[in-house]
Ligand binder design. Structure first.
Ligand code: CAA
Length: 445
């Protein structure tokens, strides 16, 4: 069977930056280490006044098409995943296609376009749709453009304000991919939850503490479901495990849970037992509470072992490097984590061809999904072609007053005009409103 997977990937960050320990913490009267050590974040990306989910998506897609030499006729599907859409009818993918058609001779009139919604997991679901479309043989030799784009803004003063972010990830899904092959096996953990939602409102209603627990519960279910079809996962099988990263501290918790799960009944558990005892099993306890207390104690001890720390440093920490600098990109976040890990490996000169990633996606509401990816032999060229470091370094570093202005400028309930902080160059920009309330865009040379 021919491999199907991600052939290329591109990242587009919002052009502004908010320094969390330097600018945000003093205004909030918080210890900067709450952000750098607790949440694990140093900065967030923000959209300038001429940027939005369409411009970031179109810019990421344009870079990808240019780099891969793709023309519109090579693309049979455009799916945009977002939880920041501004229209309940017209999908963002039509705007993105419209933008791209202004810079290419061809058009996307015979491409199937759509928009996927399930909070942050929608990007991964769009990968599924593309995979299934190709596997079903309906693609006529073409690939699919999947774009995850979000302006992850919270209401001012919400606890989530520290985890904001804005950016887009564009991916080209095709047969015989250069970057990673997607596994046919998947596991799901899905339940009707009210942890984070936007009932026809721009900024989310969030039960932050509960959302953390729901993330962990659904991820555990997804891992069990994945193992039921793919067989037990062993730490030695995985080179990196990119997770959905609302903030790195969340992944720290998920990683610990995953490690406990995948080392149970293995030689690793036996070796660790000499130091911290065996993992608690529910059947050994009279009450649920007693079992949970024992689990907490075991996890605390596990965290302090050199064995766990080495695994975390090798398998998880490299997935978080970019997230620390950009914050939460909702639908794009797990795809940023994948890039982050591969980029770290490239910089370390590692040979990863044939190695496996275990990818954990999550969307509030809530659903987690786990699948595996096999790294392909074109990965080094693909990752080396990214200019994400340059993009991050070029962001305008906002003062507190700048931040307040730009947050208001992107607030749909406010009508404020803000001068742009950066000068757009070779990118799509927002260009005002049309007669039916539609957004207009143009390409700036
Ligand atoms: N030095 C070091 N660490 C510190 C510290 C300091 N001075 N001060 C606090 N910390 C630590 C805390 O101990 C805590 O770590 P642990 O959880 O490991 O104990 C961490 O920093 C955060 O501190 P708080 O819990 O006090 O922070 P908070 O209550 O202000 O906000 C939050 C945390 C509730 C998660 C908030 O950021 C939030 O609501 N975020 C949005 C929701 C979210 O991202 N949820 C994640 C799961 S849902 C999801 O993944 C979907 C999605 O994308 C939104």
């Amino acid at each position: 069977m021919t491999a199907v997977g991600i052939d290329a990937i591109e990242i587009w960050t919002g052009n502004l930056k908010l320094d969390l320990p330097g600018t945000f913490a003093p205004e909030k009267g918080e210890d900067p280490e709450k952000y750098t050590k607790g949440l694990g974040l140093t900065a967030s990306s923000f959209p300038d006044s001429y940027e939005d989910i369409v411009t970031m998506a179109a810019n990421a897609a344009h870079r990808l098409m240019e780099r891969k030499g793709l023309e519109p006729e090579d693309i049979g599907r455009i799916d945009v995943a977002t939880e920041s859409a501004f229209d309940n009818s017209k999908p963002v993918s039509t705007y993105v296609a419209g933008c791209l058609e202004t810079v290419y001779d061809g058009d996307f009139h015979h491409a199937n376009k759509g928009e996927r919604k399930f909070a942050c997991i929608a990007g991964t679901q769009s990968l599924d749709d593309a995979y299934n479309w190709i596997r079903a043989g309906r693609n006529r030799g073409r690939g699919a453009l999947v774009i995850a784009t979000d302006t992850a803004l919270y209401a001012r003063g919400d606890a989530g304000e520290a985890t904001q972010g804005a950016g887009a990830v564009a991916m080209y899904i095709a047969e015989d991919p250069d970057l990673v092959e997607l596994s046919a096996e998947q596991g799901y953990g899905s339940a009707d939850e009210t942890d984070f939602l936007k009932p026809n409102q721009q900024f989310p209603s969030v039960d932050g503490k509960r959302s953390v627990q729901v993330y962990l519960a659904r991820m555990r279910e997804a891992l069990e479901d994945y193992e039921s079809v793919a067989g037990d996962v062993h730490p030695d099988d995985i080179v990196f495990a990119p997770f959905h990263t609302p903030f790195p501290g969340m992944v720290r918790k998920a990683a610990m849970l995953a490690y406990r799960h995948i080392t149970r009944d293995t030689a690793i558990e036996d070796e660790l037992a000499e130091e911290i005892g065996r993992q608690p099993r529910p059947e050994a306890f009279d009450t649920d509470d007693a079992y949970r207390d024992a689990l907490r104690e075991y996890m605390d001890a596990l965290k302090g072992t050199a064995r766990y720390q080495e695994w975390y440093d090798a398998t998880i920490d490299p997935t978080l490097t970019l997230s620390r600098e950009v914050g939460n990109w909702y639908t794009g976040s797990v795809h940023v984590a994948r890039v982050s890990a591969l980029k770290t490996a490239l910089e370390a000169g590692r040979d990863l061809t044939g190695e496996q990633l275990l990818v954990g996606s999550y969307g509030s509401g809530a659903q987690a999904e786990i699948h595996a990816e096999t790294i392909q032999d074109g990965w080094e060229d693909e990752i080396a072609a990214l200019n994400v470091d340059e993009q991050l370094a070029n962001r305008y570093d906002m003062s507190w007053d700048d931040y307040e202005e730009i947050h208001d400028a992107h607030n749909h309930d406010m009508d404020v005009d803000v001068e742009e902080f950066t000068t757009p160059s070779e990118e799509f920009v927002f260009d005002g409103w049309g007669r039916m309330g539609e957004r207009k865009y143009r390409y700036v040379e």
